[in-house]
Design a protein around this ligand. Sequence first.
Ligand SMILES: CC(C)(COP(=O)(O)OP(=O)(O)OC[C@H]1O[C@@H](n2cnc3c(N)ncnc32)[C@H](O)[C@@H]1OP(=O)(O)O)[C@@H](O)C(=O)NCCC(=O)NCCS
Length: 168
Amino acid sequence: MQIRLEKERDQRAVHAVNSSAFETRAEADLVDVLREQARPHISLIAEDKGIIIGHIMFSPVSLRGHPKIRALGLAPMAVTPRRQRQGIGTALVQAGLEHCKRGNFAFAVVLGHPRFYPRFGFRPARELGIDSEYDVPPEVFMALELEPGALEEKSGRVRYHAAFNNLS
Ligand SMILES: CC(C)(COP(=O)(O)OP(=O)(O)OC[C@H]1O[C@@H](n2cnc3c(N)ncnc32)[C@H](O)[C@@H]1OP(=O)(O)O)[C@@H](O)C(=O)NCCC(=O)NCCS
């Protein structure tokens, strides 16, 4: 199994992986929109024997009041149902965060399972003084400083790319 950057020829398979992992096509379609509209973005795939079995995407988020800070939101992420719980999601997050660090992004956020993401260093975002525009339990919105101290003495509301507003 290898993790690598998505190439143009992978796009259909990436759509299929996302469609299979989520209940509807909404996340798969979101990936297509983010690929076109969100700059810069990071899109990685997990591939085994030439077959794409996982995908992770990061797209820019803004922090209100701090227009210069560069940050990314992790979403969506998907692993083919038959291949879940085998460490592929973990490998995708680890590789993705390495790309984020190399791209000199200050922090990353995720809306996700509160038992999964802390193993990568994510903490409830409110502990770092930031919140999201979504009405979700506070523990599911998490943040990770990619540059130590990036969120010190900063606070505000994080906004995802407008394409996320079409996700029900
Ligand atoms: C979330 C997902 C990408 C994880 O990929 P994976 O390859 O199964 O992950 P790993 O094998 O590395 O790790 C499995 C861990 O994920 C945790 N996990 C992650 N998201 C979870 C969720 N929504 N519900 C329950 N458990 C979840 C499990 O607790 C498990 O932890 P454990 O090993 O300590 O029990 C995959 O399960 C998936 O595609 N789910 C459907 C789509 C989705 O919900 N995506 C995330 C939201 S954007």
